[in-house]
Write a protein of this length. Structure first.
Length: 174
Protein backbone atom coordinates (compact mmCIF):
# COMPACT_ATOMS: atom_id res chain seq x y z
CA UNK A 1 0.00 0.00 0.00
CA UNK A 2 1.21 3.47 -0.84
CA UNK A 3 1.07 6.53 1.41
CA UNK A 4 -1.90 7.73 -0.67
CA UNK A 5 -3.74 4.46 0.02
CA UNK A 6 -3.25 4.96 3.76
CA UNK A 7 -4.39 8.60 3.59
CA UNK A 8 -7.56 7.78 1.62
CA UNK A 9 -8.49 4.86 3.89
CA UNK A 10 -7.82 6.76 7.10
CA UNK A 11 -9.68 9.84 5.80
CA UNK A 12 -12.74 7.71 5.07
CA UNK A 13 -12.58 6.19 8.54
CA UNK A 14 -12.20 9.60 10.22
CA UNK A 15 -15.09 11.27 8.34
CA UNK A 16 -17.57 9.91 10.89
CA UNK A 17 -15.73 11.45 13.82
CA UNK A 18 -16.45 14.90 12.37
CA UNK A 19 -20.01 14.37 13.61
CA UNK A 20 -19.34 12.86 17.04
CA UNK A 21 -19.90 16.32 18.45
CA UNK A 22 -23.11 18.06 17.34
CA UNK A 23 -22.52 19.86 14.05
CA UNK A 24 -24.75 21.75 11.72
CA UNK A 25 -25.90 19.50 8.90
CA UNK A 26 -25.90 21.44 5.65
CA UNK A 27 -26.09 20.63 1.97
CA UNK A 28 -22.34 21.33 1.91
CA UNK A 29 -21.74 18.37 4.22
CA UNK A 30 -21.63 16.16 1.13
CA UNK A 31 -18.56 17.83 -0.35
CA UNK A 32 -15.77 16.11 1.63
CA UNK A 33 -17.12 12.54 1.44
CA UNK A 34 -17.94 12.90 -2.26
CA UNK A 35 -14.54 14.44 -3.02
CA UNK A 36 -12.84 11.50 -1.34
CA UNK A 37 -14.81 8.93 -3.33
CA UNK A 38 -14.28 10.80 -6.61
CA UNK A 39 -10.55 10.73 -5.97
CA UNK A 40 -10.68 7.07 -4.93
CA UNK A 41 -12.66 6.18 -8.05
CA UNK A 42 -10.12 7.84 -10.33
CA UNK A 43 -7.23 6.28 -8.46
CA UNK A 44 -8.49 2.71 -7.89
CA UNK A 45 -11.13 1.85 -10.46
CA UNK A 46 -9.67 0.40 -13.61
CA UNK A 47 -10.96 -1.89 -16.28
CA UNK A 48 -12.22 -5.12 -14.78
CA UNK A 49 -13.73 -8.31 -16.09
CA UNK A 50 -16.93 -9.97 -15.03
CA UNK A 51 -15.90 -13.56 -15.57
CA UNK A 52 -16.51 -16.23 -12.97
CA UNK A 53 -17.97 -14.80 -9.77
CA UNK A 54 -16.33 -11.38 -10.07
CA UNK A 55 -19.67 -9.60 -10.49
CA UNK A 56 -21.20 -11.51 -7.57
CA UNK A 57 -18.28 -10.42 -5.37
CA UNK A 58 -18.84 -6.80 -6.40
CA UNK A 59 -22.58 -6.99 -5.75
CA UNK A 60 -22.14 -8.59 -2.32
CA UNK A 61 -19.57 -6.00 -1.23
CA UNK A 62 -21.69 -3.14 -2.61
CA UNK A 63 -24.75 -4.38 -0.71
CA UNK A 64 -22.66 -4.66 2.47
CA UNK A 65 -21.64 -1.02 1.96
CA UNK A 66 -25.27 0.05 1.49
CA UNK A 67 -26.30 -1.75 4.69
CA UNK A 68 -23.45 -0.31 6.78
CA UNK A 69 -23.84 3.22 5.40
CA UNK A 70 -27.61 3.14 5.88
CA UNK A 71 -27.26 1.84 9.41
CA UNK A 72 -24.76 4.58 10.22
CA UNK A 73 -26.99 7.26 8.72
CA UNK A 74 -30.10 6.05 10.49
CA UNK A 75 -28.26 5.72 13.82
CA UNK A 76 -27.14 9.35 13.70
CA UNK A 77 -29.27 11.75 15.71
CA UNK A 78 -30.66 14.62 13.62
CA UNK A 79 -32.69 17.47 15.11
CA UNK A 80 -33.79 20.97 14.43
CA UNK A 81 -32.48 23.79 16.61
CA UNK A 82 -34.17 27.00 15.53
CA UNK A 83 -33.26 27.58 11.90
CA UNK A 84 -30.44 25.06 11.95
CA UNK A 85 -30.42 21.30 11.59
CA UNK A 86 -27.87 19.55 13.78
CA UNK A 87 -26.51 16.03 13.63
CA UNK A 88 -24.54 13.94 16.07
CA UNK A 89 -23.13 10.51 15.37
CA UNK A 90 -23.39 8.28 18.42
CA UNK A 91 -21.55 5.07 19.21
CA UNK A 92 -23.68 2.87 16.94
CA UNK A 93 -23.36 5.24 13.96
CA UNK A 94 -19.60 5.44 14.43
CA UNK A 95 -19.23 1.70 15.01
CA UNK A 96 -21.05 0.72 11.81
CA UNK A 97 -19.13 3.28 9.78
CA UNK A 98 -15.78 2.20 11.20
CA UNK A 99 -16.70 -1.48 10.75
CA UNK A 100 -17.12 -1.03 7.01
CA UNK A 101 -14.25 1.36 6.40
CA UNK A 102 -12.00 -0.49 8.85
CA UNK A 103 -12.77 -3.87 7.24
CA UNK A 104 -11.58 -2.60 3.89
CA UNK A 105 -8.44 -1.09 5.39
CA UNK A 106 -7.64 -4.30 7.29
CA UNK A 107 -8.35 -6.39 4.18
CA UNK A 108 -5.95 -4.27 2.13
CA UNK A 109 -3.24 -4.61 4.77
CA UNK A 110 -3.78 -8.38 4.98
CA UNK A 111 -3.80 -8.76 1.21
CA UNK A 112 -0.36 -7.16 1.07
CA UNK A 113 1.18 -9.86 3.27
CA UNK A 114 2.52 -13.16 1.99
CA UNK A 115 -0.03 -15.17 4.00
CA UNK A 116 -2.87 -12.87 3.01
CA UNK A 117 -1.97 -13.02 -0.67
CA UNK A 118 -1.93 -16.83 -0.55
CA UNK A 119 -5.21 -17.08 1.38
CA UNK A 120 -7.01 -14.66 -0.93
CA UNK A 121 -5.54 -16.46 -3.92
CA UNK A 122 -6.87 -19.81 -2.65
CA UNK A 123 -10.29 -18.32 -1.86
CA UNK A 124 -10.40 -16.70 -5.29
CA UNK A 125 -9.53 -19.95 -7.05
CA UNK A 126 -12.10 -21.93 -5.03
CA UNK A 127 -14.84 -19.35 -5.70
CA UNK A 128 -14.07 -18.46 -9.33
CA UNK A 129 -12.90 -14.92 -8.68
CA UNK A 130 -10.69 -14.24 -11.64
CA UNK A 131 -8.47 -11.29 -10.71
CA UNK A 132 -7.07 -9.06 -8.04
CA UNK A 133 -8.77 -6.14 -9.77
CA UNK A 134 -12.14 -7.77 -8.98
CA UNK A 135 -11.26 -7.52 -5.28
CA UNK A 136 -10.10 -3.92 -5.61
CA UNK A 137 -13.25 -2.96 -7.49
CA UNK A 138 -15.49 -4.75 -4.98
CA UNK A 139 -13.83 -3.00 -2.04
CA UNK A 140 -14.02 0.43 -3.72
CA UNK A 141 -17.69 -0.13 -4.62
CA UNK A 142 -18.33 -1.10 -1.00
CA UNK A 143 -16.83 2.21 0.14
CA UNK A 144 -18.80 4.16 -2.46
CA UNK A 145 -22.02 2.47 -1.41
CA UNK A 146 -21.34 3.10 2.27
CA UNK A 147 -20.56 6.79 1.68
CA UNK A 148 -23.45 7.38 -0.71
CA UNK A 149 -25.98 5.59 1.49
CA UNK A 150 -24.97 7.57 4.58
CA UNK A 151 -24.76 10.90 2.75
CA UNK A 152 -28.10 10.29 1.05
CA UNK A 153 -29.86 9.37 4.28
CA UNK A 154 -28.33 12.28 6.16
CA UNK A 155 -29.34 14.77 3.46
CA UNK A 156 -32.86 13.37 3.29
CA UNK A 157 -33.15 13.67 7.07
CA UNK A 158 -31.73 17.23 6.88
CA UNK A 159 -34.32 18.25 4.29
CA UNK A 160 -37.11 16.65 6.30
CA UNK A 161 -36.02 18.45 9.49
CA UNK A 162 -35.63 21.74 7.60
CA UNK A 163 -39.11 21.45 6.16
CA UNK A 164 -40.72 20.55 9.48
CA UNK A 165 -43.06 23.28 10.55
CA UNK A 166 -43.67 23.56 14.22
CA UNK A 167 -47.40 23.50 14.74
CA UNK A 168 -48.63 25.92 17.40
CA UNK A 169 -50.45 24.30 20.25
CA UNK A 170 -54.19 24.48 19.68
CA UNK A 171 -56.29 25.28 22.73
CA UNK A 172 -59.06 22.82 23.22
CA UNK A 173 -62.39 23.68 24.73
CA UNK A 174 -63.58 21.65 27.60
Amino acid sequence: MSATDYIVDIALILVIFWQVRPRELTAGAVILPLAIIVYAGQHYLHRFGVAGNDMLLMVVFTLAGVVLGSWSGLATRVWRDGDRVLARAGALAAATWVAGMGFRFAFALYANTVDGDRAIGRFSAQHSITSGQAWTTALVLMAFAEVLARVGIMQRRRMHASAAVLQPAVATRA
